[in-house]
Design a protein around this ligand. Structure first.
Ligand code: ATP
Ligand code: MG
Length: 232
């Protein structure tokens, strides 16, 4: 089953007088339970692609469908509902709410969804990302890697069927990065959670089913390359 499908997708940003084309005739089909790594140099459009994939940003042309439903004709509210229900997003900049503690930040999606037990579930999730002793810290009182882990806990607490993460291990030391990787791959294995990960981390990419490189506005499968390289 297709979780997200992008068809002939293009995205340009219009600046004062010039137009910057970031994505061009891009196609992507993410199947349920898939683990997809997206790589590409800085500025190649990876974050833009994730924003479009999650319905946070609109495309210039092309079609996006989520769980078989086209986003094109959908209102911003309906897109937000779909997102809240199915997708956990970890941004490159963490978007934590500065006036809320780590626990309150993580509990927020549960409260918005009207789910009970949000305080306990938030603490359990913070335990899983190794932040048991940071429940009551505000984002400004946390290190970059700790903020990233709070953002990860917030994305996972709702048990989304699709997790989209922009460099989830980017700010973490090796051991903490490993912890986060295990968490993501455990969810994939145990709950069939679909993963779309933007990463510069080769090890993370190699653990995925396929690696797609963003280049000249579209995606190119690199996994074949890995496999060929492994054959003597
Ligand atoms: N809102 C915007 N308006 C104009 N141009 C933008 C906007 N957002 C992104 N861009 C441009 O689009 C290009 C792709 O940006 P994007 O953030 O998607 O890159 P990226 O691959 O995620 O890079 P990085 O690895 O550095 O995070 C960049 O050249 C950027 O300047
Ligand atoms: Mg980016």
């Amino acid at each position: 089953m297709s979780v997200v499908k992008l068809t002939d997708l293009s995205k340009s940003y219009t600046m004062a007088s010039s137009e910057v084309t970031v994505l061009q005739n891009l196609n992507l089909d993410v199947q349920s339970g898939d683990r997809t790594a997206i790589i590409g140099p800085s500025g190649s459009g990876k974050t833009t692609l994730l924003l479009i994939l999650t319905g946070l940003e609109t495309a210039t042309s092309g079609d996006i469908s989520m769980a078989g439903k086209s986003l094109s004709g959908m209102s911003a509210d309906d897109r937000a509902d779909l997102r809240r229900e199915h997708i956990g997003i970890v941004f490159q900049s963490f978007h934590l709410i500065p006036s809320l503690t780590a626990r309150e930040n993580v509990a927020l999606p549960l409260e918005i969804a009207g789910l009970g037990n949000s305080r306990d579930r938030a603490m359990q999730m913070l335990d899983k990302v190794g932040l048991s002793s940071r429940y009551d810290h505000y984002p400004a009182q946390l290190s970059g890697g700790e903020q990233q882990r709070v953002a990860m806990a917030r994305a996972l607490v709702n048990e989304p069927s699709l997790i989209v993460a922009d460099e989830p291990t980017g700010n973490l030391d090796e051991k903490t990065g490993e912890l986060i990787m295990e968490l993501l791959f455990d969810l994939n294995r145990d709950s069939g959670t679909t993963l779309v990960l933007v990463t510069h981390d080769n090890e993370l990419a190699m653990r995925c089913d396929r690696t797609l490189k963003l280049h000249d506005g579209s995606l190119h499968d690199q996994s074949g390359g890995h496999k060929l390289a492994a054959v003597p």
